[in-house]
Write a protein that binds this ligand. Sequence first.
Ligand code: ZN
Ligand code: ZN
Length: 153
Amino acid sequence: MSETMLSFTIQGDNEGYVTFTCPYCNSDFKLQAGEYQNDEEPFSELFCPYCGLSKEKASFYSEDVIEKARELATNYAIEELNKAFGKMAKSINRKKGIIKMTYKPLKKVNVRELKEKDTQEVEFQCTICNHHTKVLYCAGASKIFCPYCGLDL
Ligand SMILES: [Zn+2]
Ligand SMILES: [Zn+2]
C-alpha cells in the first residue's frame, strides 16, 4: 500500500494557543499555533515548561490530538475498503453467475471537534527566543522553562 499523509489543523483558543501535554509529568501547557508551525524556524524538540525535560515534539501531542488523528486514519481506511468492496461487488454481479455479492458500506466513526477551552493560564514570553507559552501557573510551580529553548524564565 502506498503511503498517505493525513493532515488536519487544530483550532486554537481565541488567542491562537493549542494545548500540548508533557510526556513526563502529564501537565498541560499551550503554545501559539503560529509559532509552533513556523516553517522558517523548524525545531525537533520541545521542553516541558514545568519539569524542563525535553523530548521530540511529537511526544507532546495531547491525547485529543492523537485520538483525532486515529479517527481520521480509521475513516480513511474505511473509505478505501468501501471503495474496494464496492468495485468488487459490481464486477461480481455483472457476470451473470449464481454468486451474488451484496455489500453494505461500513459506517465511519465520528471525528471529534478539537476546540480549546479558555482556561486560566499565565502567558510567558521567552527573553531569548521570543516565543510565547501559556502555563497553568499553580502554587506548586515556582519555575517555568521556555518550551522552545529550555531557558529558565
Ligand atoms: Zn513535564
Ligand atoms: Zn526560549
